[in-house]
Write a protein that binds this ligand. Structure first.
Ligand SMILES: Cc1cc2nc3c(=O)[nH]c(=O)nc-3n(C[C@H](O)[C@H](O)[C@H](O)COP(=O)(O)OP(=O)(O)OC[C@H]3O[C@@H](n4cnc5c(N)ncnc54)[C@H](O)[C@@H]3O)c2cc1C
Length: 505
């Protein structure tokens, strides 16, 4: 017989909350996207006392709405952005070394059809340059393909007009888990990392005061910091942003084996058809919007654009609106989009600014290059602290999480009932949730079902049917009463509507 489930356990998020009010910090990092989490990790590894404060959950902003690629950005070659491509290729190699459990090689096929803006010759030259810009050997190089070879790799592609193509490697990741891994690593190096806590800062005396509002309890209090870093992504300013949307469909409807890069026949932009387990993700769009980051959603016109673009390349799929399982959007925190510029050509690089109030703000970057950006920001923090600059060690130390499956298996061995699927083939077990509450700072059903398990992306009902059984599992761990459980389920439904509803426009 299995042991009863322990109800009084170490819950990572609650331990950190308790420390927050007791300690003072060299640096408070506001914003738990990839940039903020990477900065907190780097600063903590250099021995600074660090607090990382996120108003929602780690990776709930742009960093959880990406194409989930760690990539050099082949398309940046067209705009001559060789430095960005070189840095991205180098960072890809670093991330594959320090996080092989999160960053995996992904093969892309790029088919070329007659009359395409990018000919087979131009593609071949681009791929050669792409390899050359990879300073460290990726292990596998690109290949030029005949039309027969393209179809042997991706039989779902249209045959008519195909003149050849190329194959190359980039990497796929789980964006919110990569973000979380950085927060957890920061915590390992003694940073206090807290989600569901909103911060506002004020200059006070020798340093700064950060006023915090606990999103779970409503409690308000302040903490002291010598330096404040604002890594707020698109929350930095109210300006126009570039919105990118993705759709997920059943992979059997598309039939892609690996990833496919294509040029949309509608506007010539580079798009991707990406494998994601039993699903295929198609993205992304790129449209200017004034929608705020809390409200950003995919629209019907973007969904139609993605379907039409993909169908133009697929022989038999004939995807329809009803094939769309989920659709979501993120805002690219572009550094600057000059008036009248096409957002595709605008800068993807980052900007580090020291404000008049002494706070340091980081804007832009890519998921792929966050580690290098964090290194630069922490150098600036050390200057602001008037201390000797020390070397970043983030490229040398592994990111945590490689043992996650084995720890979950241990939970199941001790409590076999936690290994049963909570739904019908949802892929979510009680043990997964218990692990995330204990070790991964999960505090809400959205943390669990949207980001720790990705269940909300995979199911047509966005895992709303799992909310109640999931609440039953975590309620004893998080001390939820029956009333709190009901509130948690209602909050989940609200978050799902906010993220996954498709705007009629
Ligand atoms: C559609 C799309 C696809 C992309 N695909 C890729 C890709 O495949 N590969 C790649 O390398 N890059 C990709 N990018 C770029 C990449 O996602 C971003 O550069 C990166 O995620 C930005 O991270 P960030 O930390 O700056 O912002 P965010 O992830 O948005 O983080 C900012 C955080 O600050 C928090 N915050 C805001 N205000 C407060 C406050 N007052 N108190 C506390 N917290 C606060 C927010 O809740 C948020 O979590 C993509 C971007 C988009 C939009």
């Amino acid at each position: 017989m299995s042991a009863p489930l322990p109800t009084s356990v170490h819950v990572s998020a609650l331990t950190h909350r308790a420390r927050l009010a007791r300690e003072s910090f060299d640096v408070v990092v506001i914003g738990g996207g990839i940039n903020g989490c990477g900065i907190a990790r780097d600063a903590a590894m250099r021995g600074l006392s660090v607090a990382l404060i996120e108003q929602d959950d780690f990776g709930s902003g742009t960093s959880g709405r990406t194409s989930r690629l760690v990539h050099g950005g082949l398309r940046y070659l067209e705009h001559g952005r060789l430095g960005l491509v070189r840095e991205s290729r180098r960072e890809r190699a670093t991330l594959m070394r320090i996080a092989p459990h999160l960053v995996e090689p992904l093969r892309f096929t790029w088919p070329v059809y007659g009359g395409s803006r990018v000919s087979t010759r131009r593609l071949g030259a681009g791929l050669t340059l792409y390899d050359l810009l990879s300073l460290s050997r990726p292990g596998r190089w690109h290949e030029r393909l005949s039309s027969g070879e393209v179809l042997a790799r991706e039989p779902a592609l249209k045959h008519t007009g195909l003149s050849g193509g190329g194959a190359y490697f980039d990497s796929s990741t789980d964006d919110s888990r990569l973000t979380l891994a950085n927060a957890l690593s920061a915590a390992y190096w003694n940073a206090v990392v807290v989600n569901h806590m909103r911060a506002e800062t004020r200059r006070g005396g020798a340093g700064h005061e950060a006023w915090l509002t606990d999103g779970i309890t409503g409690e308000r209090f302040s903490i002291a910091a010598r330096v404040v870093v604002r890594a707020l992504g698109p929350w930095t300013s109210a300006a126009e942003h570039s919105k990118g949307s993705h759709i997920a469909v059943d992979r059997s409807r598309v039939g892609n084996r690996d990833a496919i890069a294509l040029l949309s026949p509608l506007d010539g932009r580079v798009m991707f058809i990406l494998p994601s387990g039993s699903q295929t993700i198609i993205g992304t769009t790129e449209v200017l919007t004034r929608a705020g980051p809390d409200q950003v959603r995919a629209s019907e016109s973007e969904v139609a654009y993605l379907i039409e673009s993909a169908n133009a390349y697929l022989a038999d799929a004939r995807l329809r609106r009803s094939d769309v399982i989920s659709a979501w959007a993120g805002l690219r925190p572009l550094v600057a989009v000059p008036a009248g510029a096409n957002p595709s050509t605008a800068s993807r690089e980052h900007l580090i600014e020291r404000g008049a109030d002494g706070t340091i703000t980081i804007t832009g970057g890519k998921l792929t290059t966050y580690r290098a950006v964090a290194e630069e920001v922490v150098d600036a923090v050390q200057v602001a602290l008037e201390m000797r600059k020390t070397r970043s060690r983030t490229a040398a130390e592994a990111l945590p999480g490689a043992d996650r499956s084995s720890v979950i298996e241990e939970i199941i061995r001790a409590h076999p009932q936690t290994g049963i699927d909570l739904g019908a083939n949802s892929g979510v077990r009680a043990a997964d949730l218990i692990y995330s509450v204990r070790h991964e700072h999960a505090l809400t059903l959205s943390d669990l079902l949207i980001r720790r398990t990705l269940a909300a992306f995979r199911a047509r009902d966005h895992a709303v049917s799992l909310a109640s059984p999931a609440a039953d599992v975590v309620a004893p761990l998080l001390g939820w009463t029956a009333e709190m459980k009901e509130t948690a389920i209602a909050n989940y439904a609200r978050d799902i509507a906010r993220v996954f509803t498709i705007d009629p426009a």
